[in-house]
Design a binder for this molecule. Structure first.
Ligand code: FAD
Length: 398
């Protein structure tokens, strides 16, 4: 007899949102998390959200980014969770003439497709972000980007899920999975067995090890992201801050090969691109990060990369050049090998779903990924936008 209709493995933003939306549909759902809610990437990220708008013909990226923004608004504004969410907008600094031409084309193309973006002069940028470097060539402004606190937000999804009837189990590490003759799943954890008819893998950078318990190969690899923070300061930075350098580099060569997903900052040990994102938290810390390196399950921050990132940040917000680094940390992002999300039904087993592959922007895309996954499981019909993320394209027998 199953303990729940649906069992979700992983208590990050993807699993917590899936649990919340399934429980809202009235389904019997339980979640298994080996640590605490938000103990991995969903609690360690920069907290940047959003995209460029819905566009004239919304695709999966528009659904995931803009749909998630609506879900953040719903939990904080309508349901009363303090997630430190705000629609701050973002500024992307432009360092060179080539980058300027590239971003100018991108803004024109975005606008002509119904998205929202503006090219600002440094003077215009400094009117909304006074610490922005006046020496840069310009800034791209994206008004539909926001920010929120990763831990508070992910915990809010788990709390909201519990409130509508989901069972949230922390400290339960899934160690093996058996498919019973009647087709139900028997999931062994360090603290006993859980049974269900439907299984959802939302294990982030650990999807492949979990998939192997079912004899499957899931092409998701752990990519280390690392961050640093200053001491708390009075409010000085108001937008999400990034740089045009990485998108310019990756546009001509995304670095992908058989063993490397696209859009990393390193190839092996060698730096390939500089990438940057940051903001000032509500507690006053200024935080920045950007590196994306394939190092297995290594979670130790690397000081050289942090210094490179700080140099990059100070080219856009010069005030950070003189601020000491108070702490550093790292987390593991779930990158699929082709760079696209993997959300939907895995046809190789009965009643098996996955919601992952959200890479470097899963905090901002996870809430809607979870909702779309929940809608699919509940109705049995694939939401049409999930054809872009179909697991059938890449999940194979191990
Ligand atoms: C430094 C850094 C900065 C980032 N910045 C941003 C950003 O600004 N904006 C953005 O949108 N995204 C950002 N990201 C990416 C984002 O954090 C991730 O894409 C997202 O959190 C992935 O969510 P998830 O739920 O899929 O995975 P996770 O949060 O990793 O959750 C998976 C969970 O599964 C659990 N699990 C694994 N194996 C088992 C098992 N066997 N049994 C039980 N539980 C298990 C893990 O403990 C974990 O809690 C950043 C990531 C990092 C590391």
């Amino acid at each position: 007899m199953p303990d729940s209709d649906i069992l979700i493995i992983g208590g990050g933003i993807a699993g917590a949102s899936t649990a919340f939306h399934l429980a809202e549909h009235g389904r019997s759902v339980a979640l298994l998390e080996r640590g605490e809610i938000a103990s991995e990437a969903s609690g360690q990220n920069m907290g940047g959200l959003g995209g460029s708008g819905w566009g004239n013909v919304p695709d999966l990226q528009a659904y995931l980014t803009m749909g998630s923004l609506e879900i953040f608004k719903r939990l904080q504004i309508d349901m009363g969770y303090d997630m430190e969410f705000r629609l701050s907008g973002s500024l992307t600094g432009i360092h060179t003439r080539d980058q300027y031409d590239f971003i100018q084309d991108r803004v024109l193309s975005l606008k002509s497709n119904g998205f929202e973006a503006e090219l600002l002069t440094p003077r215009e940028a400094r009117a909304i972000e006074p610490e922005a470097n006046p020496e840069l060539l310009g800034y791209m402004y994206a008004p539909t980007r926001g920010q929120a606190d990763p831990v508070k937000s992910t915990q809010a999804f788990a709390h909201a899920a519990r409130n509508v009837g989901a069972t949230i189990n922390t400290g339960r590490e899934v160690q093996s999975i058996e498919i019973r003759p009647d087709g139900t799943y028997a999931v062994q954890t360090n603290r006993g067995e859980h049974n269900s008819e439907t299984l959802v893998i939302a294990a982030g950078a650990w999807c492949d090890p979990v998939g192997r318990m079912l004899g499957l190969q899931i092409p998701i690899v752990p990519i280390r992201g690392q961050m640093w923070a200053t001491e708390s300061l009075p409010p000085r930075i108001f937008h999400d801050i990034s740089s045009a350098e990485s998108s310019f580099t990756w546009n001509s060569n995304n670095g992908a090969d058989d063993s490397t997903p696209p859009d990393l900052t390193h190839k092996g040990d060698k730096r390939f691109a500089r990438h940057l994102y940051g903001r000032q938290r509500k507690n006053g810390e200024i935080i920045f990060g950007g590196d994306r390196q394939s190092l297995g399950y290594n979670l130790t921050p690397d000081a050289t990369g942090i210094e490179t990132n700080r140099g990059h940040a100070s080219e856009i917000v010069p005030l950070v050049a003189d601020l000491p680094i108070a702490r550093t940390w790292a987390g593991l992002m779930p990158f699929s090998m082709d760079g696209s999300p993997i959300i939907g039904k895995i046809p190789l087993r009965d009643n098996l779903h996955i919601v992952s592959g959200l890479a470097s922007s899963g905090f901002g895309r996870g809430p809607m990924a979870g909702k779309l996954a929940a809608d699919y499981i509940h109705t049995g019909h694939m939401p049409h936008v999930l054809s872009e993320s179909d697991p059938a394209r890449c999940v194979t027998e191990a």
